[in-house]
Unconditional design. Structure first.
Lengths: 336, 313, 345
């Protein structure tokens, strides 16, 4: 149990839709995250995948404290963050740090790299004594593979990949145990992407970090994640080890998602099981009844509209899936 | 994999360091700098000839306003109708006006009211407009609603008409009342600029990043949000200084601004408008000074905008 | 789509129907900026056959989009200038045509779709109006006929309820549907060549699959040449026939799709392939290419890739840049050591 560094129980975030300026009246809600249960163990990487609008970014913002959950609980090392207050909460928060997607907007252009990476020390003055902060910042720069002498430069003097390293150094400043990476490589060029992924893996090995890795690129997630959760319209539809999700997916959405990812191997052209979904993702303000995927699902029956499928182990594949008709289908490899 | 690759990936590729020129570096970025953005901006401005010329011009006009006796030993009120409307000469650089006063001295002493009015009104709109804009943008909700509605009301007043009506009604046309009317009619613009920039900064990634490391509101506000608002405010204030100098002259010309025996460029223009055909210099000198001042302020504002944008460096 | 309206288009003087629909020869483009001259494209050549898909693969700043803009004649000029080379449509050098002729070619023979459909469509007109406008301008159709054709086109790109949606504004469409609208606009006048600049980069994977399938189908039906500009090695493997890999404004490798993926002959191509994780492989090691692409204002002498290359020798650091060596009858690579690169599996 002590192995569990982070856990969420039925985490929900609804954004109210209101009318009127002075007298606000709520007429609905965008159900961005609608009851998510996650577990993260020490030293592991949990990948969260899904398409835009599935709620993965809102989930990330709740985990790092940028957004207050509408309901549900977030446990960091066994402590319920919504129950503890003041100092203990700040300490808990300190344990989860964030690496953002866009290396161009996530660094304040008016601050030097030293000030950016050193900002967490000013916010939490007890972590590193003032006299040692500059040295610590330079250590961090070196740790992420940047030249410590560049401490006085501005972000615009760095390339995208180097900026992402600065963002990673900032996230490491407070010695957190958990790093939440929100699409950390999707804004980078292919050749730079691998550098950053390798850096993240190296840091995990050296510092024993746990990662929550949110991405829409399923290939990257497969590479880095130990376990993977697939989200659709605010809910987790399937969760399992990397092997279980990629080799034997059981939820139709997971299967469609995986089959849509092109594999960089022309000999596989036309050899894989292709599922082309029709239609668009429904609005999270008005999700379908029952199973949320049913409007685009080729397996949908009456029961899918009436009864919401729970995320539970359903067949011999041995991992939870939220589909009444869960069954394994290999969509990643050539069919023959 | 060959070992050369793993050398490259040991630190994940790392900075280019020794093995080639560092790309994506602006020409000036090579050397180490610990200077702040403001120092960089100053350095860039001092290299910009347009800014330097405009700045020198404003310095000249400013010193005319502050220390007119440095520029002329003549008394602009020492008039003699015998020498009415003399052409420019060594003795009277700008000639003399209709009443036979030295026109150059008048022009020098006329700088003060224009500059004082523009300065007072600008300081007032920056302080009041800036504060209200900040409040509206940062708090949002009903605070924003109220401030924005008040701004809308002031916006709906036509500038010239509003000023004329106001000054006509209160019947006291001095430096104070003119500054007041310019302030009243212009503060919403700056408040709106600040409000907009605060609102857009509130949602910036690096503001979220600061919050995610646990930064408190005051830190987020002053370290990350306000600096974004200061640059556009400074730029606008510089430009507005120029337009207030012009506005003062306009109101005076229309007869609702400063009144003789006060001395200002506006009075010079309005008093001599009818002599343009016979003695054009009576109009050209004050108009030239006025246009030069307004233009200088606007050019300074433009240069400032470029200098304060970190992306241009 | 009908060919009845295409009659008056065949008036381009010198056009040879048997020549290739698109041929780019030694194209040079530079940008004259405050910080110096950026050499965005430095001698790019490629051919495109009818019905063929040519992928131009490269990372941001390699010059692939600039090449497309130069072909279309929509380069921002200044600061961009085509400083050399030829762009041949059916044997006619487009760079020598007057702007009025060029415009006709642009709309009718060579069309383009962009990454960001929202900014490529005019937000203040309905998509139906924008489509109809094309027919009225270029085909002189009546308002009614044009509108009917607009609906047909939306049907063609599989937009559901095309009759109603034709009256919608671009922002009322989802990302994928908007991309379909842009494809419809590009195909409206039956072009022989379609240039697609990162057409699916902004889209989710499931939508990307839909759009690529649609493009492939339309291409097959019309025997249209497709220039696909992208950085996505997966998409390229799925759809391309031939590939030109670009780096720092040059084509550094050119080959058929199977050759490139099976045995890359340039270290950069090889590095790219080794640096991308694969969906169907578990726990493979990623070997990153060290360093960064050069600034286009400051391209290193010799081979532009030499500071990042593990094969680099003294000869690679000296001008001239390596020429395109003939690796096999149908492929070329701009590397002095292509034999080692290719053999070093």
């Amino acid at each position: 149990m002590s192995d569990l560094v982070l856990e969420t129980k039925n985490l929900v975030k609804h954004f109210p839709l209101t009318r009127g300026v002075v007298f606000k009246k709520q007429y609905g809600a965008v159900r961005a995250v609608d009851g998510v249960n996650l577990e993260l163990r020490r030293g592991e990487t949990l990948g969260i995948v899904g398409e835009s609008g599935c709620g993965k970014s809102t989930l990330a913002r709740m985990l790092v404290g940028l957004e207050t959950p509408t309901s549900g609980d977030l446990f960091v090392q066994g402590k319920n963050m919504s129950k503890v207050g003041g100092e203990e909460r700040r300490r808990g928060r300190r344990n989860i740090q964030l690496v953002m997607q866009d290396p161009y907007t996530s660094l304040n252009p008016r601050m030097t790299v030293g000030d950016i990476i050193g900002e967490p020390f000013q916010v939490h003055p007890d972590v590193v004594p003032k006299s040692q902060r500059r040295g610590k910042v330079q250590e961090l720069l070196e740790l992420v593979g940047l030249n410590p002498e560049h401490i006085n430069r501005y972000p615009h003097q760095f390339s995208g990949g180097q900026r992402q390293r600065i963002g990673i150094a900032r996230a490491l400043a407070l010695n957190p145990e958990i790093i939440l990476c929100d699409e950390p490589v999707s804004a980078l060029d292919v050749s730079i992407q691998a550098q950053v992924i390798n850096l993240l893996e190296k840091l995990q090995n050296e510092l024993g970090l746990s990662y929550i890795f949110i991405a829409h690129d399923l290939s990257v997630v497969r590479h880095i994640a130990d376990r993977v959760a697939v989200m659709y319209l605010g809910k987790i539809v399937e969760v399992g080890t990397e092997d279980e999700i990629y080799e034997s997916p059981t939820h139709p959405y997971t299967q469609a998602l995986l089959s849509a990812v092109p594999v960089p191997d022309p000999t596989l052209r036309g050899q894989r099981d292709q599922i082309v979904l029709t239609g668009d993702v429904p609005s999270p303000a008005d999700p379908p009844s029952g199973c949320r995927f049913r409007t685009r699902c080729w397996k949908a029956q009456d029961i899918c509209a009436e009864q919401e499928p729970l995320l539970q182990i359903r067949d011999k594949s041995g991992h939870p899936s939220a589909c009444h008709f869960a069954e394994v289908r290999d969509v990643v490899h050539a069919t023959e | 994999m060959s070992d050369l690759t793993s050398a490259g990936t040991a630190v994940g590729g790392g900075p280019v360091g020794g093995d080639g020129p560092v790309p994506n570096q602006p020409a000036t970025g090579g050397k180490e700098r610990s200077a702040s953005l403001w120092a960089d901006a100053r350095r860039q401005l001092m290299r910009d000839p347009v800014f330097v010329i405009a700045f020198l011009y404003i310095l000249v006009v400013g010193s005319m306003a502050a220390f007119p006796w440095l520029w002329t030993s003549q008394d602009p009120r020492d008039c003699n109708t015998n020498r009415s409307r003399l052409s420019p000469s060594a003795e009277h650089l700008f000639g003399t006006d209709i009443l036979g006063c030295d026109y150059y001295a008048h022009a020098i002493y006329g700088a003060r009211p224009s500059m004082v009015i523009a300065l007072m009104a600008t300081v007032a709109i920056v302080v009041v407009g800036g504060l209200l804009g900040l409040l509206a943008g940062y708090h949002g909700g009903w605070v924003d609603t109220i401030i924005s509605r008040v701004m809308d009301i002031f916006f709906s007043l036509p500038f010239l008409l509003g000023a004329i009506v106001f000054l006509t009604v209160i019947k006291r046309q001095n430096i104070w009342t003119i500054s007041l009317v310019l302030f009243l009619l212009a503060w919403p613009t700056i408040a709106r600029i600040i409000r907009g920039s605060v609102i857009s900064s509130k949602d910036l990634d690096y503001v979220h990043a600061a919050k995610a490391v646990g930064a408190r509101n005051s830190r987020v506000m002053f370290r990350h949000i306000l600096p974004n608002a200061i640059a556009p405010m400074l730029v606008y204030a510089t430009i507005v200084l120029g337009s207030f100098v012009a506005a003062e002259a306009t109101l005076t010309f229309l007869g609702v601004g400063l009144q003789p025996p006060a001395q200002s460029w506006g009075i010079m223009i309005s008093a001599h408008q009818v002599y343009f055909l016979e003695d054009p210099w009576l109009l050209l000198f004050p108009c030239g000074l006025l246009v030069g001042t307004v233009l200088s302020f606007i050019l300074m504002g433009d240069a400032l905008r470029d200098a304060l944008d970190p992306k241009f460096r | 789509m009908s060919s009845d309206v295409n009659v008056k288009l065949d008036a381009l003087p010198g056009a040879d129907p048997n020549a290739l629909p698109l041929q780019v020869k030694d194209l040079h483009v530079e940008f004259r900026t405050r910080n110096g001259i950026a050499h965005a494209v430095n001698g790019v050549s490629f051919d495109l056959r009818a019905g063929e898909t040519r992928a131009i693969l490269g990372e941001s700043g390699c010059g692939k989009s600039v090449t497309a803009q130069a072909i279309m004649g929509i380069l921002d000029s200044p600061p961009g200038f085509v400083t050399g080379g030829e762009i041949l449509y059916r044997g006619v050098d487009l760079l020598k045509l007057p702007e009025s002729e060029r415009r006709k070619v642009r709309a009718n023979r060579i069309a383009m779709i962009f990454q960001d459909a929202l900014s490529a469509l005019n937000p203040v007109f309905t998509v139906g109006f924008q489509l109809a406008e094309l027919f009225r301008k270029h085909r002189g159709m009546s308002r009614q006929d044009a509108k009917a054709r607009a609906v047909e086109l939306l049907d063609l790109v599989k937009i559901p309820a095309a009759k109603q949606r034709v009256n919608d504004y671009p922002h009322q469409f989802s990302g994928g549907m908007r991309q379909r609208v842009m494809i419809a606009m590009a195909l409206a006048l039956d072009p022989e060549v379609l240039i697609a600049d990162e057409p699916t980069t902004a889209l989710d994977v499931t939508v990307q699959a839909q759009i690529m399938a649609l493009l492939a189908e339309l291409q097959r039906e019309r025997n249209m040449g497709l220039v696909l500009i992208t950085h996505d090695m997966g998409v390229v493997a799925d759809v391309a026939d031939r590939i030109s890999v670009m780096y720092a404004g040059r084509v550094i490798e050119e080959a058929g799709v199977n050759d490139i993926y099976a045995s890359p002959a340039h270290p950069y191509t090889k590095g790219l392939l080794e640096s991308i994780p694969r969906l169907d492989l578990k726990g493979q090691e990623l070997s990153a290419i060290k360093g960064l692409p050069p600034a286009l204002t400051n391209i290193p002498p010799g081979c532009a890739f030499n500071p990042r290359c593990r094969y680099a020798q003294e000869v690679c650091r000296k001008d001239p840049a390596p020429p395109l060596y003939q690796v096999s009858p149908s492929r070329t690579a701009a590397c002095h050591f292509w034999k080692e690169v290719k053999g070093d599996e």
